[in-house]
Design a protein around this ligand. Structure first.
Ligand code: GDP
Ligand code: MG
Length: 440
């Protein structure tokens, strides 16, 4: 993927004391290939490589004491710019309700994202949203939104599938005013492809509801196609933001890189799973770090703070920084991790995690966590503090004590070791980043 390719290239250049024009040229060739391979729009790649090359062979790099680091910094800054600079917020109308219209192709994640955004607006901004079921075409679309509404204990406005979306939108806004909702989220219909009938209808819904935001929901997995879709929706409706869904999947990330550049519409949120809290504000800088393999420690900490009490989150942050991480801590974290979401999603935010072979295949469910807990609980205190003590006969004892096969004990020891290695890598990286050692 993009991250791996860039990482290889960067590894080569990172330690260099002197970077020649030839080095830069070679690196840019790799960057160019990596971006194209990741499905980034051709023209976007061309401009990007041109900008980075100019800066890289310029004074700021060549005259620098650490040109290798400097090139990486330039690549990161330009990647960040490419994805739109600062993060974006949701509009607030001064004449409530604020209306948000969700558009996009079928299956992109509109309905799910409508639920997620409503959840976010309530949780983070203390808002009272009304969900509106205006997809009258997809079978069970109304039911789907109603189910989400039930899960969230939020009202869903629906007039069935015999009333036009335009009429639904109109009445929904009326209803929102009566019931003092401050946000109205209109879930609209999608098609498999952009077509005129769809656009005409969406234009009418826009006309009647005068939305403060029109969010295009795009599936990040669709790569280059996402850009084309974004372009036509933008031309027809005038988008105010993009939500990039399914970033938790095996996406190559090209969409994130080119959507903003091509449509000049900011990516505002990313979807990271099917659950209603699997949404995050889009942070271009963090995304750039992640692409470059520096990890996304800030998101990780934030996630921890959201789900775990503050004290615990601080502790985790400290542990991650100092790397004084024992099996006891691991055990302690497991309970917290269960609240934070899938373990592999969390590990994916750690720097260098994508380099650990097999990590992506680690699917941790509650049952497995229980097994891991059993294994750790069968270790002595000394073993938990110092896993190197665990020789063959101790392994046998632990396996017996936990009722788990010895291979599972081995696997856990290996995973724990990998995790420590990864954390060490993270400290080293943050040390290399100057005074505060933070990932900013
Ligand atoms: P719509 O047709 O645009 O309304 O799309 P839906 O909201 O019905 O979503 C289509 C499918 O994608 C559903 O199975 C969702 O659970 C799934 N989905 C939506 N967003 C995400 C996401 O961020 N990650 C993952 N993994 N799945 C998602
Ligand atoms: Mg839908």
């Amino acid at each position: 993927g993009l991250a791996d390719r860039l990482q290889n290239t960067i590894q080569k250049i990172r330690g260099k004391g002197k970077v020649t024009e030839q080095d830069v040229k070679e690196m840019m060739r790799e960057v160019r290939l990596a971006l194209l391979e990741a499905d980034v729009n051709f023209k976007v790649v061309k401009d990007f490589v041109k900008r980075v090359s100019e800066r890289a062979v310029g004074q700021e790099v060549m005259k620098s004491l650490t040109p290798g680091q400097q090139v990486i910094k330039v690549v990161k800054e330009e990647l960040t710019n490419l994805m739109g600079g600062e993060q974006s917020k949701i509009a607030v109308s001064n004449r409530p309700p604020t209306v948000i219209m969700m558009v996009g192709l079928q299956g992109a994640g509109k309905t799910t994202t409508t639920g997620k955004l409503a959840n976010l607006l309530r949780k983070k901004n203390n808002r009272k949203p009304l969900l509106v079921a205006a997809d009258i075409y997809r079978p069970a679309a109304i039911k789907q939104l109603e189910t989400l509404g039930k899960q969230l204990s939020m009202p869903v406005f629906s007039l069935g599938d015999q009333v036009s979306p335009v009429e639904i939108a109109k009445q929904a806004i009326q209803k929102a005013k009566e019931d003092h909702h401050d946000y109205v989220l209109i879930d609209t219909a999608g098609r498999l492809h952009v077509d005129e009938a769809l656009m005409d209808e969406l234009k009418q819904v826009k006309e009647i509801s005068q939305p403060d935001e029109i969010f295009l929901v795009v599936d990040a997995m669709t790569g280059q196609d996402a850009v084309n879709v974004a372009q036509s929706f933008n031309e027809q409706l005038g988008l105010t933001g993009v939500v990039l869904t399914k970033l938790d999947g095996d996406t190559r990330g090209g969409a994130a890189l080119s959507v903003k550049a091509v449509t000049n519409t900011p990516i505002k949120f990313v979807g990271l799973g099917e659950k209603l809290d699997a949404i995050e504000a889009f942070h271009p800088e963090r995304m750039a770090s992640r692409i470059l393999g520096m990890g996304d420690v800030l998101s990780l900490i934030e996630k921890a703070q959201d789900n775990v009490d503050q004290e615990k989150a601080k502790e985790l942050e400290q542990k991650l920084k100092t790397m004084n991480f024992t099996f006891d801590d691991f055990l302690d974290q497991l309970g917290q991790v269960k609240k934070m979401g899938p373990l592999n999603e969390i590990l994916g935010m750690l720097p260098g995690a994508n380099k650990i072979k097999g990590l992506k295949d680690v699917q941790v469910d509650d049952k497995q966590i229980a097994h891991v807990e059993a294994i750790i609980q069968s270790m002595t205190r000394a073993e938990r503090d110092n896993p190197d003590l665990i020789n063959a006969s101790r392994k046998k004892r632990i396996a017996k004590g936990s009722g788990r096969p010895i291979q599972e004990v081995n696997r856990l020891l290996k995973q724990f070791e990998d995790m420590k290695k990864m954390m060490k890598q993270m400290t080293n990286m943050s040390k290399g980043k100057g005074k505060k050692g933070g990932f900013k």
